[in-house]
Design a protein around this ligand. Sequence first.
Ligand code: G3H
Length: 478
Amino acid sequence: DGEVYKYYCEGEWRKSASGKSVAIINPTTRKTQYKVQACTQEEVNKVMEIAKAAQKSWAKTPLWKRAELLHKAAAILKEHKVPIAECLVKEIAKPAKDAVTEVVRSGDLVSYTAEEGVRILGEGKFLVSDSFPGNERTKYCLTSKIPLGVILAIPPFNYPVNLAVSKIAPALIAGNSLVLKPPTQGAVAALHMVHCFHLAGFPKGLISCVTGKGSEIGDFLTMHPGVNCISFTGGDTGVAISKKAGMVPLQMELGGKDACIVLDDADLDLAAGNIVKGGFSYSGQRCTAVKVVLVMESVADTLVEKVNAKVAKLTVGPPEDDCDITPVVSESSANFIEGLVMDAKEKDATFCQPYKREGNLIWPLLLDNVRPDMRIAWEEPFGPVLPVIRINSVEEGIHHCNASNFGLQGCVFTKDINKAILISDAMETGTVQINSAPARGPDHFPFQGIKDSGIGSQGITNSINMMTKVKTTVINLP
Ligand code: G3H
């Protein structure tokens, strides 16, 4: 009906002075589903100014009170799971059940962060000077963790709620204020999530949410002198941000090409189940999706057969029907995926299923006999297309994995735990899963990528620590 969702500033919902809006296209219908405000640079300035002011008193708010508010927000978020999930279905075509799971997981994450925060921020260190050569015990050093200031959070389209709260909750418990720039696809779900924090009663200006085109306010936000830390999840944009950002801590998670190495002694049913779940859940639009299978030639035929049998059972259609495979987020994304498929076709990959696309909906596709000269061997489709590369030695698999410019996660399937550990040690990735598909969660586990996959480490505890700085006070005795 032409309504434009308002952005959130100073504890209230506002219209942008630009008078412009940004359309959110439903990936399934490919029609405008919602509109959000196209905020201006002046509005960003305002948000930064009030975020700075609000942070000062928030840092003085007792830790237990901050935790109490977060627990309240978590409960409200869970109460609102149905309408928020509906937005996720319409904005990013997330299957209905997964959309609800995302919101519930987010509530749990916020509560856990509140609990973790009161504990780890509730303790500091006490050091004495005479352990260092030449010193007497004349200096007592007290350490505590203090907030950084204003945290800028930029989550991606695939988890607009969960990857927003995974930045918001640690920032707030640690005494920071927060400016959120949600992805365009997923912005309304994010605004609704922010509303839950609003209802919980956080002080005015502590949380803000600005919407708009990345091309207009993206650089302005990330290069803004008022920002004291950037937490970003997404794609190549992260590399650009890290080059332009000032001298502020960065937390970045930027995609991956997670390999699944299958050895000849693996439980092939277990491997096949995880390959399908890991490769095709949310249509492969997860940074931790299995993005290449590296299987020993001796078991490749059997594994491919088992995977194909499971792929055949995946349901394909609209997210409202809770189908396994739903339309990918945008037409340009579908075109990019198609480009990778066509390249593999020209170079004679084996198509285990016929390639089929209707609009943004791409049917699940396993490509066997992929070789290193094919783009799909290296690039991440972020779609339901999974390449299989047959290997003749474990070393060949490790070599392919390590030749990637990404290094997020990886997994290995074998019954030999010693081999699994050696392979894990050899794989240049932030995490290796033994006998399971890559995944970020449980959300308190450390989560990090190396090389182009990211900067720093996430997970609840690491994020809280990352959004603080150590402060020391030294008592000098006479
Ligand atoms: O898309 C990137 C996410 O951090 C992956 O999270 O493993 O829970 O799907 P997930």
